[in-house]
Structure formats: structure tokens, C-alpha cells
Design a binder for this molecule. Sequence first.
Ligand code: PGD
Length: 775
Amino acid sequence: MSETDTHFVPHSSHWGSFRVRAVDEDTIEVRPHELDTEPSPIIQNAVDSVRHRARIDRPYVRRGWLEGTPREGDARRGVDEYVPLEWTEAERLLSAEVRRVYDEHGPTGVFGGSYGWSSAGRFHHAQSQVHRFLNSVGGYVRSVTTYSLGAGMVIVPRVAGDKYNVIYGGSTWTDLITSGELMLCFGGISTKNAAVNPGGPTSHIARQSVRDLGAAGVDLVNVSPIRSDLDDAPSQWVPVRPGTDVALMLGLAFELIRVGRVDREFLASHTTGYEKFEPYVLGTTDGVAKTAEWAAEICDIPAETIVALAGEIAQKKTFICVAPSLQRAEHGEQPIWMGITLAAMLGGIGLPGEGFGIGLGSMGYFGNQPNLYKSPSLPQGVNACDDFIPVARIADMLLNPGTEYDFNGERKTYPDIKLVYWAGGNPFHHHQDLFRLHDAFQRPDTVVVHDAFWTSTAKHADFVFPATMTLERVDIASAANEPNMIAMKPALAPFAEAKDDYDIFAALAGHLGVEDVFTEGRTSAEWVEHLYGLWRERLHAAGQDCPSFDEFWEHGSAEVPLEREPLSWLHEFRADPVANPLDTPSGRLEIFSDTIASFGYDDCAGHSTWMEPEEWLGGELADSYPLALISNQPAGRLHSQLDMGSASQVTKSKGRELLTIHPDDAARRILVDGDTVRVSSPRESSFLATVRVSDVVRDGVVQVATGAWFDPDFAERTCRHGNPNAVTMDRGTSKLGQGCIGQLCLVEVERIDGPVPDSHPHVPPRGASREAARK
Ligand code: PGD
């Protein structure tokens, strides 16, 4: 570093490490960290956000709650006014309410699922803090799986086991670059998404890795409705209809059988159940042969292209890659299961450069060399309650207490939730059918939210506590499969009366008589040092050198030991399936699963299957809603975080999110760049967006990024800002996975002529101070 850089301290975010300097007490300057060879522009969002007027300046309580929780008219959650409180009063009121709920309803009345990415630091990880607090008090109903990989996290363990889980330890970029020949990428490899890695990436290598694949002569095939889903290296574009990849894969499977290119030896030694799957492909079980012509009708790719593609994958060493976005859709388990099945038919699983992978390009850690040791993390304590929901079923749970539902072979009952506690997530951006979620959030007695910003979720809370931003506190950044750990040093003092989540919980724990259990007598700075010490002990026990905490803090970063060898998924199992069995019932890859078949679900059979989604371009609903909306991850921010920042704002137009539409579809609706449109859905809800005409999407498809802060007009059931979850479907992927299906739904788009309502998503609600922040 040069002399002038000395005031830049190291810091980190899920979208990269950076250096930050306080220009004055309210202004910062950031620059990329020198360890990062290809930093993400998203780091700039912090500059515009840190003192933005959407910061929460002090504790608040919703007026309706204070006056006896009326849930009608303007006293509803989401539209109500807020009353400022002193910290001590807020703590006293909330702790009394927490005590009441535990006394009257026990832990099954408390939902602490609190899903969300929060910020990168490992100690201040907000969800861990909520869980530790609620475990200290008496337990809570938790959530399992994620919005990212809900269906995948259920189907993969069932058919390939957890031991060598492809989600957590798939093939590496190095393996594919050195040994690959052909990569068939369903959903492409969209490296804008790989800019983020939960916990703080220091090495943005995905983009360069794709360039290296191209330079190494690996043929890249982008099977996606969006051309730019694979554009870091030359690739062949197969513009499949959204939601029909399984049909395309079945067409390829049929061709492999037809030309005699199925590796029956591998299937016999490493898989089970193929003999029940092949008759389905050939049509002997259901009378429908899954030929290339059959597939072409469904996925709108010419049969000749499918036959040619099958010829290529039959000849070359092939890696089949499925993006997580494919499983965030109706029947989302199927593309993953079918991808594994197709790779098994080719016989290359476990060999260098071949096989199957999930998620390359979808998050930083996929494809990187794995860590040898687990990152530091805050122990969450023991949960006295064993009830849980699949994470994306939150609205179902709140709306239907006592109702039974299926999940992964279990028959479960939704609990009756009285208290919802959320910190570090924004369900009013991330959940589907947000107007339904708004109704669901009227049901509990009390909703508590900690956030640094007045998100729509905060505006649905009864108690709103102002959290510090990570730039205002001490922490450690450390992400899976990353070569460095970063000392996160504060750049500014806490904004207004904001406090660390930890200190908020410590004070509440004090009121509830469990402070010692929650804090173990440590301050947050002592916890950070303690967690680093535990990590250092792990390394020492394995004979590895590691700097002391003081050395780490002084230097600002520490190297993290990684696997050195390029790895391909299931190489040990491949070498000896008897000595290294998978932890599936058969010890093998399950092309047919007796366990799944035994559940008797009508939406998930014993082998991977093409099932028509309810909302797709080949279905009846497409007559009224003829466009498939893809709501994928944004390029200018992580999810909804720091949406007011410049890197996010430049991706919008006229204050709204951009909707990309194909020129033919635009012409049919007489739309041009910059038009404002209403995007409406079968849910009788809509959002507004600004048009961008481009052939980067195939015809019949429109695309809007997720994460624009929800700016609802409840009377019109529309989001003025362009959050696509205003119109997405709130159902599970299937009874098996119950994952989120936010990625795809059907819509119609029409130009709005005449006056258009302005959107002001980044403002505090009525009653909250609009003066406190200076920007
Ligand atoms: P974020 O915007 O990251 O979204 O959903 P998620 O809720 O994780 O929310 C994090 C929140 O935490 C922000 O409001 C931020 O201000 C707050 N925060 C940050 N740091 C702290 C802190 O230290 N303390 C506290 N108290 N708060 C903090 C993401 C989810 O969206 C995900 S992971 C996926 S993959 C889904 N993807 C899709 C999709 O593809 N399509 C649709 N339609 N919908 C999706 N939703 C899902």
C-alpha cells in the first residue's frame, strides 16, 4: 500500500472484500482489496447507503400494536405509523411480550426461522444471533433448507447422499479447465451471481475460470432462455423454453439409448434403478416415447439440434451442470435428478472433467478449491423445540395454523405462531406472492425486526430495532472455499442510536434473566477474538501454522488452507464404490429411489419425470398470460441489499426495475425502450417496470431481477418499484422438497399510457424520523 492509503482499513461483504476510509463522520470512500483480482462494482453501494435516509435511527413501535394491535385499515402491518421509543422502554415492552408468549404458548408459538443473508461477518451473522438468543430464552420453530436451493437440498441427499454432497463439494474449476471437453450448462454459468459468496469472498475467480475454460478449448453450451447467462467465453446458445429442461434432457437420454451410447457398465456398478427408468424414456410404461421430436414440441428446440447435441455429448468427455435457478421452479427437484441421471448414463461421473455439478457461476464457492477447515462461526446453543418448516412455507404456516402438509416423507402440521422474530433478512423482497405474505403477516400477535434500513419487512414489524451496519463494527469475514480471512475493521461510529444485534439481544436477555447464557460473559470484541482462537486451535491440532489474533488483526488478513488437488465430484466413489459407498439406501446413485416412490406423492415419482408445470408457455394459462417471467439474481446488488446504492441504481430506469423483453414481443405490444409497463399475473397482482427491448432473451420470455425494494400500493395490488415477487407463485416445488418456485411464472405486459405513480421505496414510514440521516 502507498502512504496515502494508510487510513483505508480492511473490510468485507458477501460481494467482496474492500478497503474503506472515513472521509468525515458520515462519509466513506471504498476501494477494492488488493487480494481481489476481479472486484465486484457492488462494493460501491456501501458509500451511498451508510447514512442514507432509509437508515433506522432509533427503536420504534407500531402505533396499532401500542394501542392494542388493531389489524384493520391504516393500523395494519405494512401501512401503519410508528412511534419512537427510548431504548430502555423498547427493551422493557418487548421482553414482557416475549415472556408472555413463552408463558402462554411455549416455543412452538415463536418463529425464529429469520431467513436471510444479513452481512458477511461471522460473529455478527444476524440469523445466528437470533437463534442463539431464542435458544437462550426457550427455543423456537426453525426453518430448514434455503430459498437458493430448497429443492436441491432435499433431492440430492435422497439420490446421491450427503457424504459427498454435490452442493457443498462438487467439481472444481481447475479440474474442468485441465480435463474438460464439453460442458452442457442448463441455466448457463452466469458469473454475475458468482460475485457473491456468503461470508465474504476475497478471490473473484469465476469469470476468469470461464474465460480459461474457453481458452482451454472446452466447448460450452448455454441451455437457457437468456443468452447472457453464459457470455464470458464463446458458447453455443440453446434457447430453451423456461421450465422445460427436463424434457430436453429426456430427449437426449432417448438418443443416447437409440445410438447405443449408454454406459451400462457404470450404471450396473455405481447406480441403482436404471432398469425402471429406461422403459419410461422409451415409452413402454406410459406409451410416450421421449424422442427428440417429443422433446422438441415441449422445449421449442428443433429435434435436429437435440439429436446433434446428443451426438456431441456421446462423443466428448461431458460435464452436465444445472444452475440452482432451475430448481426454484415448479417440480424443481426434477432437473437436478435428471441431470444426475443423464451424467450417469454417460458414465463419466467421478472422472476428471466429466460428470455432474450444481451451481457453477451461481455463488462464489461453487468450483473453488474447498477449505480444509471449517470457518469460524457463532455457536447457536441448543433448541428446546424440534418443530420446523421448510423455509419457503412461511406464509402457508402463518395463514394455516393446525393444517397438515407433506415434506420429504413426513406428514407435518403447521404451528400456531404468535411471535415472529426476524433479523438479517428481507422476506418482503425474497418471498413469493408478496401481497399474500402481507396478509399472512397480519396474523401473529407480534412481529419483531432488526435491520439497519426501513425495508418493507421493517415496515411490517411491531418492534423495529436499529441495527448497526457492518461498517460500524468489528468482525471476521470468512467464506467457504476462499483462500483468505479478513479482519473487518469499523470505518464509522454507529449511526444515530443504532446498536449491534448482539448488544440488542444481550440487553433483552438481561431483562429475561438469561444474559449469562447468551453472552457467556463476553463483549462482542472478545467473542471475535474467541472465535478466531477456536479456528486457530483447529489448524494447530492439524499441525498447521496460523498467526495469533493480534498478528491477524494487525495484518488485516490471514491465509486459509485449501485443498490443493483439482477435484471432481465423487472421484473416490468412482474409484471404489464398495469401499466408498454413498450414504443412500443402496450406497449408489439412485436413478430410481424406492424411498421416494414409497412416499406415494403425486408430484414426485420414483425416478425423474417430465411433469407439466401449471404456469408454462405450453399450458392453458399461457392463452391469457403469454409471457414467461424469469426473475433472476440482480447484477447491481446482492438480493435487496443496499438497493439505494449507485451500482444498484444504474441498473434501473426512471426509478423502476428494468424489464427485458424480446423485440418481437415488444413489437406486438407496441413497446419501446423506456416505456413504463404493468406486469400482471394470474394472482391478480402486478408490478410496474421500465422496458428494455433486447434479443438477449428468447421470444416469449421477459426478465426482471429480484431485489427492488417492495413499494406496494395495496389497493391496486401492485408494486410501483418493480419487485417481481409481487406476482410470483407461493407454492412448494413439490411435496418432497417444498422449495421456493420464485424463478418462473406467467405474466402479461401492457404499456401504461397516462400518469404513472412515482415510486419511493427507500423512505421511512409515517412517524419515523426523516431528518436523522443526512443523505
Ligand atoms: P437480502 O436482501 O440479502 O435478501 O433473500 P434475503 O432475505 O437474504 O436481505 C438481507 C437483509 O439483512 C437486508 O435487509 C439487510 O439490510 C439486512 N442486514 C444486513 N446486515 C445486517 C445485520 O448485521 N443485522 C441485521 N439485523 N440486518 C442486517 C434472498 C433470497 O431471495 C435468496 S437467497 C434467493 S436465492 C431467492 N431468489 C429468488 C429468485 O431467484 N427469484 C425470486 N422471484 N425470488 C427470490 N427470492 C430469494
